[in-house]
Design a protein around this ligand. Structure first.
Ligand code: SF4
Length: 466
């Protein structure tokens, strides 16, 4: 269910540990497949249900169909259908699921066997379902069949950042927000202006506001911090792997990994003094995004395509400012508030609004979180986030061959540098500025609506045309 209020989305929902290369095209479909597996289990457990001659089809529509091969969507769905979870399963095991299924052509669901051959039973559809419009650019239909006739069918949409929703079977559209499920929180907010207000009216820091709200949702501070610590460890492990790996990234585009060589040059001091600057945020971001492109373990921040930017900024600031673990956790909490505001009032999905929703959002999240870690005020956090969004407005999503490689890897490097610049600009100011974050988000949403579909993760325009 799409949340209606930003305060309902917690940090651990925003930062999800999973696998690359895409949160909307890999993690979301894998979670959708897992959810359908549960539905099949429940259906087959019903008394009187005939449990023989079962088979399964999976249809991918819209952007999932246009760029799903490059994003390894078929592999992710195969892994989810066999019961693997993106957070807990080893990435190697996940990517072995599809060759295994192609060989065996069977899925074990409880004590039943369901025929599924990815080569024939996974279908790549178009931008409509029959004669009906899609409920979302990333739509999947799962159907369990008995003697080739559907007995259980579910349509799900992958709405970005690894979030999924089931579609209303009566209308074929996304369900209306469930107002009854909204939790009453001690510090409610649903806009950047309201967040500033609750922070300034209380004696709490911005991250304490979120911690208190999370407690009201049944998540203790200890639990929250443990989850965030896992996120930080995953960031670091991913950077380390990316700095050591070399070779060509999978997918056929023959993109060479560059982070290791750049890091070597950095360590050896091979830089022209006149260039100035610090290459670290770029190299760290590229290390993560190369790992993401290779299907490795990453964290949605807020998506996989934009997974390198926040780890790069956190690692750079940890090294330059000797930040404590707790301070970095607090920074993640503030970053998640910005991500939740964008998700609620614009979008974090490249298929919905282009890359402004992915790298743009990540830049804004990183900038606000970094201001928090460096001791800035809540108004400076909002200003930094607004700068991060404003200078990505209109940015399209046109990955070549649908692979999360070009422009995505370098785009995270550029975003990390921009985020740090937004931090410097806001910390040098008093937080007063003309365009509010709320206004920038409204513009982002409208720009996304106006953007031609070929620039929204369909690999049919821009750089994707070569
Ligand atoms: S261009 Fe941006 S939005 Fe599109 S896949 Fe790459 S990182 Fe994601």
């Amino acid at each position: 269910m799409n949340p209606t209020r930003a305060d309902q989305i917690g940090p651990l929902e925003m930062f999800k540990i999973g696998v690359g290369p895409s949160s909307s095209h890999t993690v979301g479909p894998m979670l959708a497949a897992l959810r359908f597996r549960d539905e099949m289990l429940e259906f087959l457990a019903k008394k009187g249900t005939e449990k023989e001659n079962l088979s399964l089809t999976v249809e991918l529509f819209g952007s999932l169909s246009a760029t799903g091969r490059g994003h390894m969507t078929d592999g992710a769905i195969s892994a989810g259908l066999t019961g693997l979870h993106p957070k807990t399963a080893d990435p190697d095991e996940i990517w072995q699921a599809i060759p295994k299924l192609k060989k065996e052509k069977l899925i074990h669901v409880g004590d039943r066997v369901v025929v599924f051959d990815p080569d024939n039973d996974l279908k790549w559809g178009g931008f409509t379902m029959g004669d009906k419009p899609l409920p979302h650019p990333n739509t999947i239909r799962f159907s369990l069949l008995r003697k080739d006739k559907p007995v259980l069918s579910t349509v799900m949409v992958s709405i970005g950042g690894g979030f999924i929703e089931s579609v209303d079977p009566d209308t074929g559209m996304r369900r209306a927000p469930d107002l009854a499920s909204i939790k009453q929180l001690p510090y409610p907010y649903d806009s950047a202006a309201e967040f500033i207000e609750v922070c300034e009216k209380s004696s709490l820091t911005p991250w304490q506001i979120v911690i208190e709200n999370q407690k009201a949702k049944g998540i203790s501070e200890e639990e929250l911090r443990k989850g965030l610590n896992d996120v930080l460890k995953t960031f670091d492990a991913c950077i380390e792997r990316g700095l050591k790996a070399d070779g060509i990234l999978p997918g056929g585009l023959k993109v060479r990994r560059r982070a290791k060589e750049l890091y070597k040059q950095l360590k050896q001091g091979k830089r022209k003094p006149a260039l100035g600057g610090d290459l670290r945020p770029s190299v760290y971001a590229m290390a993560v995004n190369e790992e993401n492109a290779a299907g490795g373990r990453v964290v949605t921040a807020p998506t996989n395509g934009s997974s390198g930017l926040i780890p790069a900024v956190w690692r750079t600031l940890k090294e330059t400012n000797k930040l404590s673990k707790k301070t970095m956790e607090n920074g993640l909490i503030v970053a998640s508030v910005i991500g939740a505001l964008v998700k609620t009032h614009a979008s974090i999905s490249g298929a919905e609004v282009g890359c402004q929703g992915e790298v743009g959002t990540s830049c804004a999240m990183a900038a606000a979180g970094a201001v928090a870690m460096l001791g800035g005020s809540v108004r400076q956090m909002e200003q930094a986030a607004e700068i991060g969004i404003e200078h990505h407005l209109g940015m399209t999503c046109d990955p070549i061959q649908g692979l999360v490689q070009i422009p995505c890897i370098e785009r995270n490097a550029m975003g990390a540098v921009k985020a740090l610049n937004a931090v410097y600009l806001s910390l040098a100011s008093d937080g007063r500025h003309i365009v509010s974050l709320d206004k920038a988000l409204a513009v982002m949403k409208q720009t996304g609506l106006d953007m031609n579909q070929q620039y929204k993760e369909t690999a049919t325009g821009g750089l994707a045309l070569g």
